[in-house]
Design a protein around this ligand. Structure first.
Ligand SMILES: [Zn+2]
Length: 284
């Protein structure tokens, strides 16, 4: 049994290959062990000098249809499902080697990456974790999204989605996020988009690797999902998976309760950046 308050990394390297959602390219991702206090770092092995990008809020450059981080010329798109898999399983430090700008989308959830982590194994690093804690509530309103973060001794998420297409897309779920609850309750929830958005996304040159193998599609009172829904409220659970991935961009494990209503990458990342700024100013 691992000590939850000690930093961890992988016991060895492990890889996964597949099609990337937006670029449609085949990509290979390799998770490698990393030392204490190094955090989650991506490395583009296909670029000269093998540049690295730290997974931290200040490196985020795009938030539409996924979270993109960048350092110099090195860009990594759609990082959230990969990072959620790592941090949810208690991994603080990992070097992620990539041979493309976007990781494989796999089945649109985090579970395939957790299976890779399971193959690699986890080790403790003998250094205490430094948690990201708040001492008072923080609020953010961004277009239709509302996010509140309140102090808590655990990491909890309460989330509501509502897309105004039918009763089916009004969903609420809440849980404490632990390695076990993430694996069981959130990790298998797949990404989704609405049928009306598909045309627009394709015209924008996105979702070139998208299919029902890696996403659910909602249209009015219908949800198209390969082999049926994995959870009756799969939409809201995927939004919570995204929150776990995006809030990991604080750079340290969060102790707090996130209450999110109609959240998405723009609101998640704006909140993370605001919190990082407040921490710098000693205002948390
Ligand atoms: Zn997602």
């Amino acid at each position: 049994m691992f000590d939850p308050d000690i930093q961890k990394t992988l016991a060895g390297p492990a890889s996964y290959s597949g099609i990337a959602l937006h670029t449609g390219q085949r990509a290979r991702i390799t998770f490698m062990p990393a030392p204490a206090d190094s955090g989650i770092v991506f490395r583009r092995v296909d670029l000269p000098g093998r540049p690295e990008v730290q997974a931290i809020g200040s490196n985020v450059t795009e938030v539409m249809r996924g979270t993109t981080i960048k350092n110099g010329d090195a860009v990594i798109h759609t990082v959230e499902h990969v990072i959620a898999a790592l941090v949810s399983q208690g991994i603080d430090n990992c070097l992620i080697e990539m041979d493309r700008s976007e990781p494989p989308i796999a089945d649109g959830s985090s579970m395939p990456f957790i299976e890779v982590i399971d193959q690699a194994g986890i080790v403790e690093l003998g250094v205490p974790r430094r948690y990201f804690r708040v001492t008072r509530p923080h609020f953010l309103e961004l277009k239709h999204a509302l996010i509140t973060l309140v102090p808590d001794d655990k990491f909890r998420i309460s989330c509501t989605v509502k897309y105004d297409q039918s009763q089916l897309d009004v969903q609420f779920y809440q849980c404490e996020v632990t390695p076990e609850t993430f694996r069981k309750e959130l990790s298998r929830a797949r990404t989704f988009c609405s049928l009306s958005e598909l045309d627009q996304l394709m015209k924008a040159g996105l979702i070139r690797g998208g299919s029902l193998d890696n996403a659910n599609i909602i249209d009015g009172s219908c949800i198209f999902a390969k082999d049926g829904l994995r959870y009756p409220d799969e939409l809201v659970r995927h939004k919570m998976l995204d929150i776990v991935g995006d809030f990991a961009l604080l750079g340290r494990p969060l102790k707090g309760h996130i209450v999110a209503v109609k959240s998405g990458h723009p609101s998640n990342v704006t909140m993370v950046q605001k919190l990082l700024q407040l921490e710098k100013e000693g205002q948390l």
